[in-house]
Design a protein. Structure first.
Length: 308
């Protein structure tokens, strides 16, 4: 079964399961970095919003032995987890006064998103772009969001500078920053695995990061969604640099988080940049890549620069 046949088989199976009250369709959706995915949109006549489930990865699982029935059950489970989204009267979206507290920002790469940036308001930041979106609802499966396009601006009567002001105010409140050491993150991951084996008391025996040099920290937000944007939160990096008594090297792990590395003057920036590039090519999903660059926060200037 080729990919297009697979898409139609899945769509038809989901349509049969949900019945005539639902409209099930496949739609190509452009994601970050120009990646185009095939989304299964499950719409109900009585609702004005519809969850989207991306099928590209399911086809890979199918070619590796996952059955259509297993895929169908997984899709239904994903739908049920995300079907508790509520956003009142959609006409409220026409009045920007109703949306001011919902405007947030995220960071994306400029070069790989040139086509997208023709259609959305944005602010340049080094080799990146600050783009704006609405956080319309929180639910157990994640968030309901909507990217703000140029076509929204005139009806709303708002300029991008106003979006930037609101987003800088709202985003740290909606998505508070969180910095954790690499040891804490590894302990959390390992603890979860060992708890399943009833061996959680052995976490510290498996991990000994106390002597690790240099120390690594991960900056994201508490939702771990678009957490790289925390770089722009007021005083976030300033406070961290003061605590470390050092400038800070920033490695863009993904759009969802960055790695912070106190700069003690002994770092090879070229090696760090090559490491970031290799990780982006081999470990990070293409739609989540932020940049191949390495950045530095200067305590003296209180600003971030791109290391050439």
């Amino acid at each position: 079964m080729n990919y297009n046949q697979f898409l139609e088989e899945v769509r038809a199976a989901v349509q049969k399961r949900f019945g005539s009250d639902y409209k099930i369709r496949i739609q190509k959706i452009t994601k970050n970095n120009g990646i185009v995915l095939d989304g299964l949109i499950i719409g109900k006549a009585s609702k004005n919003i519809a969850p989207t489930i991306y099928l590209n990865s399911y086809y890979m699982h199918f070619t590796h032995g996952m059955s259509l029935q297993e895929i169908l059950e997984d899709i239904l489970s994903a739908y049920n987890e995300n079907n508790d989204v509520v956003f009142g009267d959609m006409r409220a979206l026409l009045n920007f006064n109703n949306l001011e507290d919902k405007v947030a920002f995220k960071l994306i790469q400029r070069e790989k998103n040139k086509e997208l940036l023709k259609d959305v308001p944005y602010i340049e930041f080094l080799d990146l772009a600050v783009v704006f979106y609405l956080i319309l609802d929180e639910h157990k499966g994640g968030q309901m969001t909507a990217l703000i396009h140029n076509s929204h601006m005139e009806p709303w009567g708002v300029e991008k500078e106003e979006l930037y002001r609101l987003a800088m105010r709202n985003t740290p409140i909606l998505l508070p920053p969180k910095i954790k050491t690499m040891k804490e993150i590894m302990c959390d991951i390992l603890k979860g695995r060992l708890e399943e084996l009833e061996m959680e008391e052995m976490v510290e025996d498996f991990l000994d990061f106390d002597s690790q040099k240099p120390h690594l920290y991960v900056l994201s937000n508490k939702k771990q969604i678009n957490g790289a944007g925390c770089l722009l939160y007021e005083d976030c990096l300033k406070k961290f640099a003061e605590e470390q008594n050092a400038d800070v090297i920033i490695l863009p792990s993904s759009v969802h988080e960055v790695i912070l590395l106190p700069d003690k003057g002994d770092m090879d920036y070229g090696e760090l940049q090559e490491m970031v590039s290799q990780i982006n090519r081999n470990e990070v999903p293409e739609e989540d890549v932020l940049s191949d660059g390495v950045y530095k926060y200067s305590r003296r200037d209180c600003r971030i620069s791109l290391i050439e």
